[in-house]
Design a protein around this ligand. Structure first.
Ligand SMILES: NC(=O)c1ccc[n+]([C@@H]2O[C@H](COP(=O)([O-])OP(=O)(O)OC[C@H]3O[C@@H](n4cnc5c(N)ncnc54)[C@H](O)[C@@H]3O)[C@@H](O)[C@H]2O)c1
Length: 315
């Protein structure tokens, strides 16, 4: 049994990781600025999860937390997440994502915590140069979100070299499934299909990205956490496939023949109108080989599971 601190433990991925760690008997400390009814319900059922409300950018809070709880390792999920949010608040994004991560690394250094799994993103690459890329693809992030995530990875390199810390960066992609908080695909499509609402998107049908089901994301994170020693500090946790949004709409209509969904061709735009840059699939050979990561949710299976959860009121 280990004691694991999860920053952003009330968020989409952090909560799912907290649940999985608690289920296998680890002691979980979930740190987050916000409370979550889902996490509160989980805590009511399981004695091995503790919630601590706090602000990642407040150094005394972060160092006090690490000093008092003495975790064996940290899973760092707290962040301002997504291109749209980062454009709305670039300064806030850097404060939380970069300053906040530095607080975590510094607290680890001072308190002797060696390992952190840092949640990173395909946004570190900027526009993909080809349809499927591996971890050696150049990093040329374009928006505050991706730039902040890449800055954290570079800081991590420095901490690893200077202080022999183990900072494992999990670059995941568009994670989806029950609890996804952002109004983007496939959530808006699944919600519309589950509730019988009409949703005709004007464009985006040609956009391709690697959609990762939440359970696969959690499994990859835990494999990175558990591996005794790492040869690499960056892993893709994804599916290795990048279906187009037109293909995803067709799959959902196969699952719900009455769904009134349509999508026009062209690039995808986020809710604020920002056009998504070229993406594609993340090659997962390294994670398969090194971590024995075996994703269980190809897109069709993931969409079916997400739809079922949404119909059950867990979406
Ligand atoms: N969801 C995805 O598709 C995706 C893809 C790639 C990478 N990631 C990365 O995974 C991590 C988790 O993402 P998520 O989808 O769970 O996002 P999320 O927004 O659901 O969770 C982030 C959590 O961090 C907390 N938080 C934000 N600012 C904080 C602060 N100042 N102090 C304390 N807590 C704070 C939020 O309250 C939230 O609960 C992030 O680092 C994100 O960059 C997510």
């Amino acid at each position: 049994m280990s004691r694991i601190l999860i920053t952003g433990g009330a968020g989409f991925i952090g909560f799912a990781v907290a649940k999985a760690l608690s289920a296998r008997g680890d002691e979980v400390i979930a740190f987050d600025i916000a409370r979550s009814p889902r996490l509160d319900a989980e805590i009511a059922q399981h004695k091995n999860i503790e919630f601590i409300q706090g602000e990642l950018t407040e150094w005394p809070q972060v160092v006090g937390l690490v000093q008092s709880r003495k975790p064996d390792a940290i899973i760092h999920c707290a962040a301002v997440v997504g291109v749209t949010n980062s454009l709305a608040s670039p300064i806030g994004t850097f404060r939380v994502n970069v300053d906040g991560s530095l607080n975590v690394f510094e607290a680890m250094r001072l308190c002797g915590v060696r390992r952190v799994v840092n949640l990173s993103s395909e946004e570190t690459y900027g526009a993909f140069e080809k349809d499927k890329i591996d971890e050696t693809h150049p990093n040329r992030p374009l928006k505050p979100y991706g730039i902040s995530k890449y800055a954290v990875e570079r800081l991590a390199c420095d901490y690893v070299t200077a202080y022999a810390m183990e900072i494992i960066n999990v670059r995941t992609c568009w994670v989806y499934g029950p609890g996804l908080p952002r109004p983007r695909v496939p959530k808006i499509l699944i919600d519309a299909a589950a509730t019988g609402q009409k949703l005709h998107l004007l464009g985006g049908g040609d956009f391709r990205v690697d959609h990762v089901y939440i359970d696969d994301c959690v499994s990859g994170i835990l494999k990175a956490l558990d591996k005794p020693t790492h040869r690499y500090d960056i892993y893709h946790i994804a599916t290795g496939e990048a279906p187009s949004l037109s293909e995803i709409v067709a799959m959902i209509k196969e699952l719900v023949p009455s769904a009134d969904l349509a999508i026009g061709p062209g690039p995808y735009k986020f809710i604020d109108g920002t056009e998504a840059i070229r993406k594609g699939a993340l090659d997962i050979t390294r994670a398969r080989t090194e971590l024995d990561y075996q994703p269980q949710f190809p897109i069709k299976k993931g969409l079916a599971a997400y739809l079922e959860a949404t119909r059950a009121g867990l979406g």
